[in-house]
Design a protein. Structure first.
Ligand SMILES: [Zn+2]
Length: 398
């Protein structure tokens, strides 16, 4: 932080000095500011000599005249302060810029956008929303950027309906222009899908089942393979007593290449136990294991084999699997079976605990780890970026 402050001060001193020199050489400048330059400049140095770095930064910032040549410097300075968490000072800089009469409409819009970013960083979402709504209405240049930030505001407020409306506008405008709606960040189509799933889950909480289903189905419009929407519909169909239709949606999830997780296995078990075919869980696991040779599926398959046909075929299956696809958790499971026959010691308990720990989720984007899936990462706020990395033993392979 000390180095950052020193660097910031050096840049400011140079920027003010350069601006003042240019001004003396006749470039167009704000006359009122030019007359104030020297006193604020020296005031800044006084603060610096007294060791008051924060006041020095403020004084140099005030000394830096606002005009076409220095606007970017002010905006960059505000942005640096915002990223350092000094949001109040960033807001002050950007609000001061708005008082300058000589800014063009585009420059004013640019400052509005920066101020909205400051308000979002400060958690002042209402104020950010107002600025961004106005900006989206008034500026064709900044409309898409303002709307992307509006998505951040509505997400923070959990206003999923408004977020979905804005996402739909971004998508339809991009479609009309033959462009991608991706812009910065995640694809808007993916975001809209999650906003609809959020609304579906709220509808389910209110027992508005038909409305919930319509949200899920709408979510699949732009994302036909989406895991969350298909899982939602599978659970919905199961709750309505239609296990075959629930399994159809589960099949789409497994066919889409997404890794199996403990929560998926639990849903599959629930769907199959609601079905009339008593071997459906086993045959489904065999089918999915053909698609992905995950240790989680192999162990679930072995457990079901053991339940239906006995321990021996289950162990044979695991040994065959281990030969083709080496896995610490499958080896430990086999060792545990042998151990159980001859011991009840603490080593058995430790191994059993390790094998039952199957809660290893991690965000691909920021590395956040957790014991459950979040559709939006609590660390980086990305959607659907948290994936299952396997149980405690399986993670030893990585
Ligand atoms: Zn993350």
């Amino acid at each position: 932080m000390i180095l950052n402050n020193a660097l910031l001060l050096l840049l400011l001193v140079l920027a003010v000095a350069a601006g003042w020199t240019l001004g003396r050489n006749g470039l167009r400048m704000d006359i009122a500011d030019r007359s104030q330059l020297p006193s604020q400049y020296y005031r800044g140095f006084n603060f610096l000599l007294d060791g008051e770095e924060e006041d020095a930064v403020d004084a140099f910032t005030e000394a830096l005249a606002v005009n076409e040549e220095t606007l970017d410097t002010h905006i960059a300075l505000g942005s640096v302060l915002r990223k350092r968490g000094e949001v109040d000072r960033a807001i002050r800089i950007h609000q001061n810029l708005l008082k300058r009469p000589q800014l063009s409409a585009v420059q004013l819009h640019q400052v509005h956008l920066e101020l909205a970013r400051d308000f979002i960083a400060a958690g002042l979402h209402d104020r950010a929303e107002q600025l961004l709504v106005d900006l989206a209405a008034q500026s064709t240049e900044f409309m898409a950027t303002a709307q992307r930030h509006l998505l951040d505001v509505y997400e923070a407020q959990r206003d999923w309906q408004s977020a979905e409306d804005i996402a739909a506008q971004l998508i339809s405008r991009a479609d009309a222009e033959g462009l991608s709606a991706t812009g910065h960040g995640q694809p808007v189509e993916q975001l809209r899908c999650h906003y609809l799933c959020e609304q579906a889950e709220l509808a389910l909480e209110r027992s508005e089942d038909a409305l919930a289903l319509s949200y899920y189905e709408e979510a699949l419009r732009d994302q036909p393979q989406d895991l969350r929407a298909h899982l939602g519909i599978a659970r919905w169909q199961l709750a309505q007593g239609d296990a075959p239709r629930a399994l159809e949606h589960f099949d789409i999830v497994m066919g889409s290449g997404r890794s199996c997780t403990p929560e998926l296995l639990e849903l599959l078990r629930d769907i199959c136990s609601a079905h009339s075919d008593s071997r459906l869980y086993l045959s489904s696991l065999e089918r999915y294991y053909e698609l992905q040779h995950s240790p989680l599926l192999a162990l679930a398959l072995a457990a079901e084999l053991s339940r239906l046909e006995g321990r021996e075929p289950a162990d044979d299956f695991l040994r065959g699997s281990l030969e083709k696809y080496p896995s610490v958790s499958i080896a430990a499971s086999l060792a545990l079976t042998a151990l159980r026959a001859e011991s009840t010691g603490p080593e058995l308990e430790v191994l059993e605990r390790l094998l039952s720990d199957d809660e290893g989720y991690q965000c691909d984007h920021c590395g956040f780890t957790g014991r459950a899936r979040h559709w939006r990462c609590p660390g980086c706020r990305h959607w659907d970026s948290i994936h299952y990395r396997g149980g405690a033993l399986e993670r030893l392979n990585a």
